[in-house]
Design a protein around this ligand. Structure first.
Ligand SMILES: Nc1ncnc2c1ncn2[C@@H]1O[C@H](COP(=O)(O)OP(=O)(O)OP(=O)(O)O)[C@@H](O)[C@H]1O
Length: 690
């Protein structure tokens, strides 16, 4: 189109977009008015959310237009806007079915679309239009939709905060986002394939199409607080503010994580067998005596036989309740036995009308002092003139209930009951099992405490969710999965991850292995194959690492090349910090992430005056490979790759994570010879990032 034609077209779209913003402003005014007039907290909450939703869509309100074969024309944007009066749709929400073709139509399968137009706005001004005609015969189809806009989006400078990709979602991503919500959907994909982005857009899609999830709740689990901060703006930017985000540790806010487990221990604590051990530990606290137990109550001595205890234990066990609740059943049973015994004793001394003692009662035919005291303790007062009445049942049901309550409140009886079936706390169960002093908990203890809480019945009131999303799902241990499944009774889940990036030794190498115990084979696998982050030059140098440790895992196809091959610089251990610091100081273009082995973090933070824990919005961000999980930077400098490789059993995966965080440039500084996996990298003598 000649320039004047483009300008005219932009002008026309500007008019349309201006009308949309005018309507949006009117809706905002209306919502603000309703909020101000709201009479109760509930309606204030509703209008508050509506105001936030309308505010969130200011940037990029309208980003597309579809011209259909049948002459219809629809505009697509961040939310649905309707004309006042006749309710005619002016803008379609990207989540409605008609809008789907915006993401999936191709020249080969145009889905009734003649033209797809991308509308780029800055503020409220239309600045560019990008048209694709889909009805041309033989048009090239490389699988990418709106390539120019996509490439513009993926090359933009990073800020330390993730943004939504609603304007450039690709077809393979859209399919996952709109996948039906029931059951477990696993999204496996290499680095940079958009797993996080897709998971978050899926949440927005599900909340829009299944409004009941707003009340049931949606939980997004991420690997760290740093990561949750990184993604924190995406859902609000899509108008969704109602989602709970948490790390696995946050699922038990009452547990303070204050220590790190030694190597190997976290792995053991994460194994599913720990659940059996905890259950056995809880069971072992319940004891059947092998001798009769004598219980004193108000100067009466009552006998409990092992058989009595066994019967009560079995009855409590059959109730199928958690330990502390089943304990109450057990106590009731035992107290019932004791009450019966006591009444037998008492009724043995009741007199007949002629003054005879029945049942071999006392020869003088009177209630003994001890009997009277026991009865008085139970609140049963026998008047003087009643004591010699004839044969009768001494205690009615109210008296018996009073007697049972007194027994339950009696410290002596409670001590006996607690010795047989003690009350438990999760902390005690876990520390007894681990044989550790409870001087603080580690992250791997959290699911153990949660398991123990559910075994003993201390999990009432824990939040559950209608849908759960887990990012970096490969990091969860078997015990973490158990804890998470308890938060999602419907088993409606979206799990995204990459088995080649597992860093946690207790994490997984098989989706089937971790999911089968919970959902058998009722889970679906979807794959993402295109890497939008990492250029082909960087992916090429990770090939050896991937092939060595994950043979058979195809690397994702990079969507672009930069012409900037990654490099490495050798140095001595003594010069390592200075070399890295010099390179960081020389870096000027965009955001730099320095990913270092753990022992280097402190000296580097000191040398470069960098925040530790990291500040993701800084020009230079310093972090470990574990902390870098899920994040990205314009440039990445890896310091001490051998240190990262050797620090953990899955060090190769950690190095793979570190190498795939860059959108443009990757440099490696290694003390001594480079690890074999990186030997093929171009070696530089000095570097200024140019
Ligand atoms: N369709 C898209 N349009 C624009 N940008 C995209 C698209 N898909 C992904 N991206 C961008 O690519 C980058 C990587 O996406 P994301 O972090 O979701 O990948 P990931 O698969 O979770 O990566 P990793 O496993 O390495 O953490 C992000 O900057 C994201 O915004």
């Amino acid at each position: 189109m000649p320039d004047s034609g483009i300008d005219r077209e932009i002008g026309r779209e500007q008019e349309y977009v201006a009308a949309l913003y005018a309507r949006l402003d009117a809706l905002r005014g209306e919502a603000a008015g309703r909020l101000a007039a709201a009479g109760d907290r509930e309606s204030a909450g509703v209008w508050q959310a509506e105001v936030a939703r309308l505010d969130a869509v200011e940037e990029g309100l309208c980003f597309g237009r579809l011209d259909m074969d049948d002459g219809r024309r629809v505009y697509i944007g961040r939310l649905g806007v309707f004309r006042s009066g006749d309710g005619e749709p002016l803008l379609l929400d990207w989540r409605v079915p008609v809008a789907r073709a915006f993401y999936t139509a191709t020249a080969a399968a145009p889905e009734g679309v003649r033209r797809r137009r991308r509308i780029t706005t800055r503020g409220r001004t239309v600045v560019a239009l990008d048209d694709e005609l889909l009805d041309r015969d033989g048009a090239l189809d490389d699988g990418l939709v709106g390539e120019a806009a996509l490439l513009a989006a993926v090359t933009v400078e990073r800020t330390g905060r993730m943004h939504d990709i609603v304007t450039t979602l690709q077809a393979e991503q859209d399919r996952i986002i709109r996948h039906e919500p029931g059951g477990v959907l696993v999204v496996q994909g290499g680095p940079g394939t958009g797993k996080t982005a897709v998971a978050l857009h899926r949440v927005a899609y599900l909340l829009y199409t299944r409004p009941h999830l707003r009340t049931r709740g949606v939980l997004v689990v991420g690997p760290s607080r740093i990561f949750l901060d990184y993604i924190g703006q995406v859902l609000p930017g899509l108008g969704e503010n109602s989602v709970v985000t948490a790390t696995i540790g946050d699922l038990r806010p009452d547990v303070e994580i204050s220590r790190v487990d030694p190597p190997g221990i976290a792995e053991l604590k994460g194994e599913a067998v720990m659940a059996e051990r905890l259950a056995a530990a809880v069971r072992s606290k319940v004891r059947t005596p092998d001798q009769p137990v004598y219980v004193g109550f108000e100067q009466q001595v009552l006998r409990l036989d092992p058989g009595d205890c066994g019967r009560a234990l079995r009855k409590a066990g059959r109730a199928g309740l958690p330990h502390n609740q089943a304990r109450l059943v057990f106590q009731r049973e035992i107290v019932e036995v004791l009450t019966r015994r006591l009444i037998e004793e008492m009724e043995a001394v009741v007199l007949t009308g002629t003054g005879e003692a029945i049942d071999g009662g006392s020869p003088d035919g009177r209630l003994g002092e001890a009997d009277l005291r026991a009865l008085a303790a139970a609140g049963v007062v026998i008047e003087q003139d009643e004591r010699d009445d004839g044969p009768r049942t001494l205690l009615d049901e109210t008296d018996r209930a009073g007697l049972r309550d007194s027994m339950l409140a009696d410290t002596g009886i409670r001590t006996v009951l607690d010795a047989l079936w003690p009350p438990l706390t999760p902390e005690r169960v876990v520390s007894d099992l681990l044989g550790e002093r409870a001087d603080g908990w580690s992250a791997a203890d959290v699911p153990l405490l949660d398991e123990a809480a559910s075994l003993i019945g201390r999990s009432a009131g824990r939040a559950t969710f209608g849908h759960v999303v887990v990012d970096e799902a490969q990091e969860l241990s078997e015990m973490d999965w158990r804890m998470l499944m308890r938060r999602c009774p419907t088993r409606s889940m979206t799990l995204v991850g990459d088995l080649a990036q597992t860093g946690n030794p207790a994490g997984t190498a098989s989706w089937d292995r971790v999911l089968r115990p919970h959902v058998r084979d009722r889970w679906r696998l979807a794959r993402l194959t295109v890497n939008y982050r990492t250029p082909s030059e960087i992916m090429a140098v990770t090939a050896d690492l991937l092939a060595a440790h994950h043979p058979g895992t195809p690397p994702p196809r990079s969507v672009r090349s930069t012409g900037e091959p990654p490099w490495r610089i050798g140095t001595s251990r003594a010069d390592l910090v200075t070399t890295v610091a010099d390179l960081a100081t020389a870096h000027a273009d965009g955001q730099l992430g320095i990913i270092a082995s753990s022992p280097l973090i402190e000296p580097l933070a000191a040398a470069l005056s960098l925040a530790n824990p990291p500040d993701l919005t800084g020009k230079v961000v310093l972090l470990t490979a574990g902390q870098a999980k899920g994040l990205e930077f314009d440039s990445v400098l890896i310091a001490d790759p051998a240190g990262i490789l050797g620090a953990a059993p899955h060090g190769h995966n950690d190095l793979y994570v570190a190498m795939t965080r860059a959108t443009r440039r990757l440099g490696v500084v290694h003390p001594g010879p480079p690890p074999a996996e990186l030997a093929a990298l171009r070696e530089l003598v000095g570097c200024d990032w140019s």
